[in-house]
Write a protein that binds this ligand. Structure first.
Ligand SMILES: [Zn+2]
Ligand SMILES: [Zn+2]
Length: 355
């Protein structure tokens, strides 16, 4: 019989159909067979479908060529379980047209090694749990998953703690010690530069190439599979065993030609700076460069300026802070002024809180 594909598995292999067991509640006979013993061979009582349980692997009795017509139905008159195709109850003769299907045991999942023991008592607990909507024997997640729950939880707690520390701050009084302005001109130079890339992407004007084999990408390659066994109650006194497997993959490196070469390119060379205090008017530094496109020629690549206030905490003079502002705001605060500033618990001033 073909299996319908099961979500999340690459392969499902049928591992046989076996008889469920049941215990007679009237005379106490145990381990009666779900298919063979529709009635108790000792006292004649009808099989109680709610007492069906899974046998241990050693006790499991295979069912060969047993026609499956569906889960048993329970007679509405006397409660006896009948085969799905029965038109009249074998016990009392009532019509079975509107009879309901017997309750099914929850699916059991285990590692390939085997299953824990099952019993009439477990069956009872299972059915009660099904009624209350709580799964009684949940498929156990692989152990590695549990480990990741803990690690994930730990990381989450750490992140929350860190964020709290980052956002917590205290308000302190600071004294303005000094004003510093700095004006910077970035200079680029046209030079031979050492670079590397995959050889098929090497620039046409590169020279002195050497190449090496290096890992360029990874291929996912099938590497065995991980499997679980499941027992599924078919409702007619039998259950089927299924081996459910997922393919495991490993990364196999793919090598490529990596080229190391020199190529003439513009790149950051140096910064020319001018700096001063409140007393010196801020001016751009003088820029002397050899302009052009020659090897060794230079060009400007942007200008920037900062206006920084250096501060000391009034109560803790060893704690210093530096903040940059617009030139206008920087000029509006004199040296020696006392101001309020928020400072993070983990350190670092919240510069926009100065006031
Ligand atoms: Zn009995
Ligand atoms: Zn009946």
């Amino acid at each position: 019989m073909a299996n319908e594909p099961k979500d999340g598995y690459d392969r499902v292999e049928e591992a046989g159909t076996f008889q469920m067991l049941w215990d007679c509640k009237y005379c106490g006979t145990k381990k009666l067979l779900g298919v063979t013993h529709k009635f108790c061979p000792s006292c004649g009582a009808a099989q109680d479908t709610n007492a069906r349980y899974f046998p241990s692997d050693e006790e499991a009795i295979a069912v060969e060529d047993h026609e499956y017509t569906g889960a048993d139905k329970k007679c509405g008159n006397c409660g006896t379980a009948n085969a799905a195709k029965a038109e009249f109850c074998t016990q009392c003769g009532s019509p079975m047209k509107d009879a309901k299907t017997v309750a099914l045991r929850s699916e059991q999942v285990a590692g390939v090694a085997g299953f824990t023991s099952d019993s009439k008592a477990t069956a009872k607990a299972d059915f009660e749990a099904q009624k209350s909507g709580v799964p009684q024997t949940p498929a156990e997640p692989p152990k590695s998953n549990k480990k990741w729950y803990y690690i994930g939880g730990g990381i989450a707690a750490g992140v929350v703690l860190l964020l709290t520390l980052v956002f917590m701050s205290r308000s302190v009084e600071v004294k303005i010690d000094s004003h510093v302005w700095e004006k910077t001109v970035k200079i680029e130079a046209f030079k031979a530069r050492a670079q590397s890339s995959w050889c098929d992407q090497m620039p046409f004007d590169a020279t002195f190439a050497i190449h090496k084999q290096e890992v360029r990408s990874y291929n996912k390659v099938a590497d065995g599979e991980s499997c679980t066994m499941a027992r599924v109650d078919k409702g007619n006194g039998t259950f089927k065993k299924e081996k459910r497997c997922s393919t495991k993959y490993k990364d196999v490196p793919v090598y490529g030609d990596k080229c190391y070469y020199r190529v003439n390119r513009w790149g950051h060379e140096r910064d020319i700076k001018a700096t001063g205090g409140l007393a010196q008017p801020p001016v751009w530094p003088q820029v002397f460069i050899r302009a052009g496109n020659c090897l060794g020629c230079e060009r400007e690549a942007g200008r920037s300026e900062t206006y920084t206030l250096n501060m000391t905490e009034v109560k803790k003079p060893d704690k210093k802070h530096s903040c940059s502002y617009s030139e206008a705001q920087w000029r509006s605060i004199p040296d020696g002024a006392i101001k309020k500033l928020k400072v993070r618990i983990v350190g670092g001033a919240k510069c926009d809180t100065l006031g």
